[in-house]
Design a protein around this ligand. Structure first.
Ligand code: GTP
Ligand code: MG
Length: 170
């Protein structure tokens, strides 16, 4: 039907921030304490119903290790949405996330839906990045902001639904 939408989605962010864990939680409802670091990129898909539409997410989970940085444009080019992930226990990962936002603003398309996700909220006692700092940065750049935990599943569905809601209807 005319309300079936295919949406290419890319995850970007520092190594270890939890990109693969967020995708695995969303696609398979699984979580691994010893998730392997991604090599290159991995592809997943899941279809969800949102209001009157059926949205098929075609998800590219990229590798955060610096040596794979040059591959990133292959995955964000033509994407409808990007999730930039940082780890709330790591200020370096937050700084890396800001660099990704800058890169997408320079090279991405102006209609790209960019979401900033502060992950690992279950590690509240080790938090280094205040939620207010993430939210303020996201507001300045007009990004969607959400804090998540792939481990406890907190806000993981919401993260993807917030994107699905914003996709242009055909
Ligand atoms: P790269 O593939 O190397 O770029 O890393 P990544 O961003 O895909 O991170 P990954 O999902 O592999 O997670 C890294 C580590 O953090 C793993 O040991 C996960 O179990 C752990 N992890 C991911 N999400 C969470 C979370 O929400 N809470 C906690 N406590 N640990 C998490
Ligand atoms: Mg990974």
């Amino acid at each position: 039907n005319s309300n079936a939408i295919n949406a290419k989605l890319v995850l970007l962010g520092d190594m270890g921030s939890g990109k693969s864990s967020l995708v695995l939680r969303f696609v398979k409802n699984q979580f691994f304490d010893f998730q392997e670091s991604t090599i290159g990129a991995a592809f997943f898909s899941r279809t969800v119903g949102v209001n009157d539409a059926s949205v098929k997410f075609e998800i590219w989970d990229t590798a955060g290790q610096e040596r794979y940085h040059s591959l990133a444009p292959m995955y964000y080019r033509g994407a409808a949405a990007a999730i930039i992930v940082y780890d709330i226990t790591s200020t370096e990962s937050f700084e890396r996330a800001k660099k990704w936002v800058e890169e997408l603003h320079k090279q991405g398309n102006p209609n790209l839906i960019i979401t900033l996700a502060g992950n690992k909220t279950d590690l509240e006692d080790r938090r280094k990045v205040a939620a207010a700092d993430g939210r303020m940065y996201a507001e300045e750049r007009q990004l969607v902001f959400i804090e998540t935990s792939a481990k406890t599943a907190t806000n993981v569905s919401k993260l993807f639904y917030e994107i699905a809601k914003r996709l242009p209807r055909v």
